[in-house]
Design a protein around this ligand. Structure first.
Ligand code: AGP
Length: 608
């Protein structure tokens, strides 16, 4: 989704803004732009495509100690220079925006009647003109922004500068993320702390409705009515290296290889010798979780697959009814909520608009409707999701930059594994699970040794158009996750089926041009999976199976088997995700796609 960077400093800000945009590239975008205030003029530069294209257009020297910059992910209007941000009103006010202004049409026609001309098809341009219209009566920039946002419906993070105010930047948010960076003799705003790590480690996380006015040596956070708010300045513990590729060719590969560490970090401090500590997610958690009688899990995309795995665990082990649903569907269908229902959201970014909307829906109905408490399992600290939930369990995967979610997913599974034990009623099982959890990091390290074998396997997929993924039980959502990864970064059409469902339709698709990938741990479903694989082989399908080393499955004509180290059943979904991530990665590399920033996609989906 769109990325925002802004700065007011005592030095030229163009290099800071450009580096900030580069560090936001992972969010997904299709054009970029910058506006600098210099000698009473707004100098705007925009380019379709990568930030590198903007940098080329900007050239060497770009004077201005105040500026805003943006990467755009198109929503209203096509991908072209006229629609790229910043949008400028009459050379006087420049605006960058992340989000969607829902009432832009009504505002546009009002502003047209007032004589404003529109140069783009975007919803954002109305904001620039609206602010400019309020400045006409002598309002300060901050006052004009405040009056303008009072009229906006929808979601926004905005950063605004004016030609006649050479030091002031005004920024505000509602529904889209924004942080303030605190420097010495300079202040910044950005969609994400990662953008500002080269210039500061001190941040104020702006909350819903906050507005910040900043100059090089001053900042003030106010609410919608202009009342001054006291928001804490927090030191970020993120290292610059954590947000860089290092020796890896792609962020995705780095993040795949970070999983042993990330998984271990996620359980550290949350286990005793024989149990998972509910108290590790807050002092009130133990009492609250003891009352849980049902669970609703809501998420999007990859995160929803983690929820689907957890349903198998929670129902089989904790013996509690568990409903898992896509966030974009949940709140629109009036779900029946059982008594004492724990409402769980899963999100890497903590800013996914659909997930956030579902959380707000559940909170608006509250205990009267059956909701006992809300729990966010989230990878990013200080997000809308974590701020608005009763309980928080952080996934501790570290920054995930590749658009394709990898370590965030497996650490979500780790959290859900622990949550199952926390709400379960059987201590015996918990004791075994604790041992399994402690062993996951080293099991995943062994799976990663398959990297080069999987890169060879990937060659079989490069000239294919489609692929099927099969799994049973908790491996069915893992197959779904494998198919999503392949689709997302290699643009190959892939679908996942519960292996038992194959004969009810999709078997008709199987021929020698349809690779079929299966995950087969040594569990209660293994023999059934083997029968399903025979159904594929008998129809000439080409099978690629990741199977437990003791499964008895062997490579022979029509079936290629890659042996997986034996892992306990309780954590097998985590281990079996890894080869599917590697497969998608190597197919994408072989096809030459943009692995970290696949076309049309955004890392953090902040619009509904
Ligand atoms: C994962 O590879 C995807 N890019 C996407 O499905 C993602 O998981 C989804 O948009 C949810 O994001 P979240 O975890 O940040 O809420």
């Amino acid at each position: 989704m769109c990325g925002i960077v802004g700065a007011s400093a005592q030095r030229e800000v163009a290099p800071i803004l450009l580096e900030g945009l580069r560090r936001l590239e992972y969010r997904g975008y299709d054009s970029a732009g910058m506006a600098l205030v210099d000698h009473g003029r707004i100098e705007r530069t925009r380019a379709v495509g990568k930030v590198a294209a903007l940098a080329e257009r900007l050239g060497e020297h770009n004077p201005g100690t105040l500026g805003i910059a943006h990467t755009r992910w198109a929503t209203h209007g096509g991908v072209n220079e006229a629609n790229a941000h910043p949008h400028v009103s009459n050379g006087r006010v420049a605006v960058v925006h992340n989000g969607i202004i829902e009432n832009h049409e009504a505002l546009r026609s009002r502003l047209r009647d007032a004589g404003y001309q529109f140069d783009s098809e975007t919803d954002t341009e109305v904001v620039a003109h609206l602010i400019d219209s309020y400045r006409a009566d002598g309002s300060s920039l901050a006052e004009a922004v405040r009056r303008a946002v009072a009229e906006l419906h929808g979601a926004y993070a905005l950063a605004v500068v004016a030609a006649d105010d050479p030091e002031t930047l005004v920024a505000t948010r509602r529904g889209s993320p924004l942080v303030l960076g605190v420097g010495i003799g300079e202040h910044f705003v950005a969609s994400d702390v990662a953008a500002l790590l080269p210039v500061t480690r001190r941040f104020v996380y702006l909350e819903e409705g906050d507005m910040v006015t900043l100059t090089p040596d001053y900042f003030e956070v106010t609410d919608a009515d202009g009342r001054v708010l006291d928001r804490p300045v927090q030191e970020s513990v993120l290292s610059i290296e954590a947000t860089e590729k290092g020796a890896y060719r792609h962020f995705m590969l780095k993040e795949i290889h970070e999983q042993p560490r990330a998984l271990t970090d996620t359980w550290q401090g949350r286990l005793s010798d024989n149990n998972v500590l509910a108290s590790s997610i807050g002092p009130e958690a133990e009492a609250l979780l003891a009352r849980v009688e049902a669970v609703h899990i809501v998420a999007c995309g990859t995160s929803s697959h983690a929820g689907m795995v957890a349903r198998y665990w929670i129902e089989a082990e904790a013996r509690l009814p568990c409903n898992v649903e896509l966030a974009s569907e949940y709140r629109y269908r009036d779900p029946v909520v059982p008594r004492n229902c724990l409402f769980v959201t899963l999100s890497q970014s903590g800013e996914t608009a659909d997930t956030l909307a579902a959380l707000r829906y559940a909170k608006s109905l509250g205990e009267g409707a059956g909701y006992l408490a809300t729990l966010a399992i989230c990878n990013k600290p200080e997000t809308s999701l974590t701020r608005e939930s009763d309980l928080i369990m952080m996934t501790r995967a570290g920054p995930e930059i590749g658009v394709a979610s990898t370590k965030a997913f497996t650490t979500q599974l780790m959290c859900l594994r622990m949550l199952t034990a926390m709400i379960g009623r059987g201590p015996d099982r918990a004791e075994r699970v604790v041992g399994d959890i402690r062993g996951v990091g080293s099991a995943v390290e062994r799976v990663l040794e398959l990297d080069s074998a999987i890169s060879h396997l990937a060659e079989h997929f490069v000239d294919k158009q489609h692929a099927l993924f099969l799994g049973r039980g908790p491996m069915y959502p893992i197959a779904m996750e494998g198919a999503l990864k392949l689709k997302e970064i290699s643009y190959l059409h892939a679908e996942a089926y519960a292996a038992g469902e194959l004969k009810h339709g999709p078997l008709a698709l199987v021929d020698e041009d349809m690779p079929v990938v299966a995950v087969a741990p040594n569990n209660e479903w293994l023999e059934k999976v083997k029968s399903n694989l025979q159904e594929v082989r008998a129809r000439g399908g080409k099978l690629y199976v990741f199977a437990d080393e003791n499964s008895g499955l062997e490579t022979e004509p029509g079936i290629t088997v890659l042996d997986m180290p034996h892992v306990p059943d309780t954590v097998a979904p985590i281990a079996y995700t890894i080869p599917l991530q590697l497969l998608a990665y190597h197919v994408a590399v072989a096809k030459g796609t943009d692995v970290d920033q696949p076309r049309n996609l955004a890392k953090s989906v902040t619009v509904e």
